[in-house]
Each structure stands twice: as C-alpha cells, then as structure tokens.
Write a protein that binds this ligand. Sequence first.
Ligand code: TXA
Ligand code: MG
Length: 313
Amino acid sequence: MAMTEILPPTSDGIAKAAALLRQGLLVAFPTETVYGLGGDARSDLAVARIYEAKGRPRFNPLIAHVSDMDMARRLAVFDDRAEALAARFWPGPLTLVLPLREDAGLSPYVTAELPTVAIRLPAHPVARALIATFGGPLAAPSANPSGRVSPTRAAHVMDGLAGRIAAVIDGGACAVGVESTILGLFEATELLRPGGVAAEEIEALTGPLALGGHGPRPNAPGQLASHYAPASPVRLEASDRRAGEVRLGFGPGEADLSLSPSGDLVEAAANLFHLLREADSLAQGRPIAVAPIPETGLGRAINDRLRRAAAPR
Ligand code: TXA
Ligand code: MG
C-alpha cells in the first residue's frame, strides 16, 4: 500500500473512511483513550491485515468497538451486572469481557477463539460516527506497531504506520490518553487491565474487584511485561535527579518535561504517551527518569504502562 490518507473528522471524512472499511481496508481513528487501528470485525481478511500492519507476532484477541447498546447486545450476552456497568460507564473508556453470542458473526481472529469477547462503546464522537456509518463492529487495537508506545495523535499513527494502512482520521489529541480499563465479567468481576476508568469508580458500583487471571485469559501483548516501550531505558520512581538523564516530572520540581506540573493524574494520563515519545527523542539513548506517580485513580493505569515501558527487553 503506497499512501496513507489523512482524513478530516467531518461527515465527508467519516463517509470516506467507512467506504475504505467496507473494502476490508484499515483506517486508524481517534477514540477518547488512544487512536485505534480499525478493521471490519466480521472479516477474517480485515482482521488479519490488522495483525500484519502492527507486526504482531501472533493472533491475540482484539476489542470489538460498537456505536450503541443494540450493536453490543448482538455480540455478547449481557446479564444484569453487565447492563449496570454499561449503563454507568458507556460510552466511555471501559471494555467489558463477556460471553460471546453464538450468532455474533465476528471473525474468530477477533476473539482468538475464546468463548468470550471484549466490547467497548467509545465516547469519542468521531469513533461512534465512524462505527455507526460503517454499520457494524470494528476490531481496533491501538494504532501503533506492536510493542511500541500507543498513539494519542494522528501524527503518532503516521510515525508508526504510514504506508501500511489506508487512512487515518485526524481528530486531534486524545483526551484520556491511556487505554480503556478492561473488566472480565466472570464468576468474579476481574480487573484485567487498569485504564481510563479508575478502579475505585468501578468498585463503588461492583464492590471490590478481583485481580485478573482467573477467567479465560489470553496472553496478549498489552499484558506482556515489556510493552509500550520507548527506545531509551526508563528509570521509575526517580525521586532524585541524576546527571545525564532526561527527567519526566510530575508535580512540583525541575524537569525536562512534565506529565503534569500541578500533579493532576488526569492531565498526566492525557500527556503520558506523547511525552514518552518526546522524552525518547530528547534522550537519544540516555536514560529517561520518571518522577514517582501515586498509585490511585488514573495513577494505576499510568504506573502500569510505565512499568511495561521500563521492563527489561
Ligand atoms: O482504549 C482501548 O482499549 C484501545 C482503543 C483503541 O479502544 N484499544 C486497545 O486495544 O487498547 P488492544 O488490542 O491494544 O488491547 C486489547 C486488550 C488486550 O490486552 C487483550 O488481552 C484484551 O484486550 N482482550 C481482548 N479480548 C479479550 C478476551 N476475550 N478476554 C480477555 N482479554 C481480552
Ligand atoms: Mg496496544
């Protein structure tokens, strides 16, 4: 594929993108969390192209993105617990892993042949309009080459995937900045990945969450120890300043770049992936030192992504 088209987030741009998706081609699109690499979730060929474009080594289950509850209920079985979570947090940065309906019609490459399916109803108006115009579920992992930092701007998508996908809709910077929280609705309600909805908010509705790993669980890239990796080494919990490092700050104190000068976790999440890229290009192989981030609210998702960025590879 020669050229990746940059489309505007207008009804014309969305119509063009939907037409490309109907041809089985791939379109990256903005969501409130990160940019997704979308393909027709009912087409084996389109889903296989997603893996190829990302350079993912093997098939891992993907999230099916829907534009409304009717579309969601055609894919999975919603019990009372699932309905309550959807009513409270959708549209928004929450993904629910639910029993797959036999007549869902999804490509088995989306579910990696698990008996469950991960579903998300995003809040971003462009994402919802695209899915609604396309008229069916979109499989969409983050729109970055496998193992690299997730994209929160169209330019990030182009950096990694230009020439490998048909188009990207440029919807500006993503407001949340970290991927969705993933809940497995198994016997217990399990936190499979911390993300854009704070666990505390969910627990206010469900009671204490179990930590993931009991239900049927894939070994997916986002859950591998080394992921979201910049090229430079990363040092975490850096409360001291050391010579030769690029410092990524949080809260007061001197830093080369700051996730949030005021110590706001929501702002820090929104800046995280963009500033990891900036720090990486400043560092040129020198270590990136990241200030301590509290393990509360969105801090849990931020620390999860930072630990993966810092993991040995
Ligand atoms: O915010 C997000 O969730 C972004 C945007 C684009 O929506 N998408 C995203 O997708 O992060 P991806 O492919 O990078 O992460 C999907 C995660 C994987 O870690 C995978 O393990 C999990 O969803 N997953 C998918 N299906 C599953 C299933 N049936 N059971 C358990 N986990 C599943
Ligand atoms: Mg990803």
